[in-house]
Design a protein around this ligand. Sequence first.
Ligand SMILES: *Cc1c(COP(=O)(O)O)cnc(C)c1O
Length: 337
Amino acid sequence: MIDYRSDTVTKPSKAMQEAMFSAPVGDDVFGEDPSINELEKNAAAIFGMEAALFCPSGTMTNQIAIKCHTQPGDEVICDVTSHIYQYEGGGIAANSGAQVKLIHGDRGRITAEQVRESINADDVHKARTTLVSLENTSNRGGGSCYDLAEIKKIRAVCDEHNLALHLDGARLFNALVAKGESPEDYGKTFHSISICLSKSLGCPVGSLVMGSKDFIRKARRVRKAFGGGMRQAGYLAAAGIYALKNNVERLTEDHQHAKLLAEALSKKDFVETVLPVETNIVIFSVGGRFTPQSLVAKLKEQNVYWYSISPTQVRIVTHLDVTPDMIEKTINAINDL
Ligand SMILES: *Cc1c(COP(=O)(O)O)cnc(C)c1O
């Protein structure tokens, strides 16, 4: 089985498993799990931020951040395709009692100008705008990356209007590796950053949210209220420590693989457009001889798993369990279609 449905399908490697099974652990709700403490310290240091909090999922880290940055009735500015709005079960409303102002960005990326235009006036009729949330890389944008210069402009607009700036960085390391950017620059520019260890970094479970000490103190309380306080979860954190050390640089390989698949696809008559491939995601639209569903079914006969994400589009995600040999087999399967 060659599985491109998501970069969440990876299984922990032997070396990662060994790190997990030999992890020192303790009760993390008491702050006594050495592996979690080490992971949180390492992650915060990578981004030059004060503190970090280990959570079961990226949805939880985003939802905690939104809850910490807003009050009920507030408005959150984000792109219409963003995960926090589309794929977190209505959590912004359910958990924080906040509403959204949706921006139609370019492949998931919004501009400082769009943010400025979306901030509500200080007027009793309007919701209070308090938070801007960006996504990098953008999942529905086909793994597109922001320009750090634009993010800095967005931060300047946020500072002018006293807004918090959060980053859903589920795949932030893909962006950092693709653009050769430094994590510290991101740490300086956002009030909070959430990263997933269970996406392209190959961990079975886990995400982190980072911010100032005050923010993380608040976030820890919200995590408890959300039911996310775990006990000897150092076994999971050990996978994260291993991944941050060993699985970041290699992301370039996934990006090369995605480009090779996109190249093969772009030569096919039934492929209408392929979104520019910047990282490990390929999104393309299908027409003519195939529908997304029939194409996915056809590939499945060869044990190749793709994912149809809309009535016209298919998504392929490369990851560390996809080998060069599997890429070659997939390209042959594409050529034979
Ligand atoms: C996967 C993902 C998340 C978090 O998902 P979980 O499955 O809850 O870990 C958040 N944002 C983006 C952009 C994602 O792709």
